[in-house]
Write a protein that binds this ligand. Sequence first.
Ligand code: G3P
Ligand code: CA
Length: 240
Amino acid sequence: MTQIFAHRGYTASSSENTMSAFIEAEEVGVDGLELDVQLTKDGEIVVIHDEKVNRTTDGSGYVKDFLFKDIRKLNAGKQCGKRDPIPALNEVLDWMQSNQLICNIELKNDRFPYKGMEERVIQLVQNYGLTDRIIISSFNHYSVVYSYQLAPDIETAPLFNERIFMPWVYAQSIKAKGIHPKYSRITDKIIKTTMENGIAVRPYTVNKDVDLHRLLNINCSAIITDEPVKALSIRKQYPG
Ligand code: G3P
Ligand code: CA
């Protein structure tokens, strides 16, 4: 059966990448979460999409220039008029002890290299005993490979914006067990062949009914979506 992953949590009534959004996602019955991480000046892994705090919080500036104690004072709940701090990754992993969710951690290190990010993320995942429930992805494929080298037991998956030729060959060559392509850049045939070659395919970010039907119909490994409730409802039509 196709797994449903809530993109940045479930953001119907919570702001993206907040604990409220992750808790709501779990409550509506998703199989997994997708979230984004950046690194603070003092080496804390924090859950936020952009390199800057400006769009999603009431602050301004780069995440990399904040100490954790200062970035925690910002409100990341402004999109929904609530008060929600930027979560530390360890907060999310701690909460995952109380559920069975899978978590796709996207390393946002394609703009700033964030030295030490992979080590810190992996250390946290191992400390919480979550190696079998985490997928590390990134548009920075050097980081995907490095993560695999540091922890071969944690699943990795490169993110793609573009059409890749025989993506299963590429995935196998970097020891990734999955690929996360942009949904509009991959055909049904390539998805099926990739899966037949033992590589999971989790397209992003799939929100329209027509695209959800398309991917559920071919029993795609997983779907990363902003519309998890709709996706879960449509999934009922497809035995898988
Ligand atoms: O992980 C899939 C997707 O989240 C990648 O794009 O910009 O939403 O992080 P973005
Ligand atoms: Ca993301």
